[in-house]
Design a protein around this ligand. Structure first.
Ligand code: CA
Ligand code: CA
Length: 170
C-alpha cells in the first residue's frame, strides 16, 4: 500500500476523532474530547461551561454519525470515515461547520478563561493540544485561527480553521 501525504493526513484526523484509540469513532470519543478540554482548563464538568461542552460534543457526534455511520451501528469505522465523512465534508465544508459549531463555541468559552468574550490564540492552541491534534498541525492552525491578527480567536475564525483542518484539502 502506497502511503501518500494525503493518506497520512487522513490518518491523523481519524486519530484525533478516535480519542480512545480503539479503532472506531463513537459517542465515547466525543465525551472523551470534552473531558480532555475541561481537564486542560480545570473546568468542572458540572459547571455551565462544562455542561455546554458536553451538549456540543453530543451534537457533534450526532452530526458526524448522520453523515458517516452508514450501517447505523453507532460506530464510525476508518472506512466509513474515509469514504463517508471526509469526502462528504470536503464537498460541503459548511455542513461540517454547522455540526461542529456548538462544540467549538463551547470549547472557546472554556478557553476564554477571563470571560471577556473571546479566547486568546495561545489558549485556543491549548484546546487543540488537549484534543490530541499533532503539534506541527496545531502550530500551523494557530497562525490561521486569528485571521484578523488581533490576538483573539473569534468563533467564525475557529469554525473556519477547524473545518479546513478536518475536511482535509488534497
Ligand atoms: Ca474510539
Ligand atoms: Ca458504522
Amino acid at each position: 500500500m502506497v502511503s501518500t501525504e494525503y493518506e497520512r493526513r487522513i490518518a491523523a484526523r481519524f486519530a484525533t476523532f478516535d480519542q480512545d484509540g480503539n479503532g472506531w469513532i463513537d459517542r465515547e470519543d466525543f465525551s472523551a474530547a470534552a473531558k480532555a478540554v475541561l481537564a486542560e482548563f480545570a473546568t468542572p464538568p458540572r459547571s455551565d461551561k462544562g455542561q455546554a461542552l458536553y451538549v456540543g460534543a453530543e451534537a457533534f457526534w450526532q452530526g458526524m454519525a448522520g453523515i458517516a455511520d452508514r450501517d447505523g451501528d453507532q460506530r464510525i469505522t476508518r472506512d466509513e470515515f474515509v469514504n463517508g465523512a471526509v469526502k462528504r465534508l470536503r464537498d460541503n465544508p459548511d455542513r461540517f461547520a454547522e455540526i461542529a459549531r456548538p462544540f467549538l463555541h463551547a470549547a472557546l468559552a472554556v478557553a476564554d478563561t477571563d470571560d471577556d468574550g473571546s479566547a486568546t490564540v495561545e489558549d485556543t492552541v491549548r484546546v487543540l493540544r488537549a484534543l490530541g491534534v499533532p503539534e506541527d498541525i496545531a502550530a500551523t492552525a494557530a497562525a490561521g485561527l486569528d485571521a484578523d491578527a488581533d490576538g483573539r480567536v473569534e468563533e467564525t475564525e475557529a469554525v473556519t480553521a477547524f473545518a479546513r483542518y478536518f475536511t482535509v484539502p488534497e
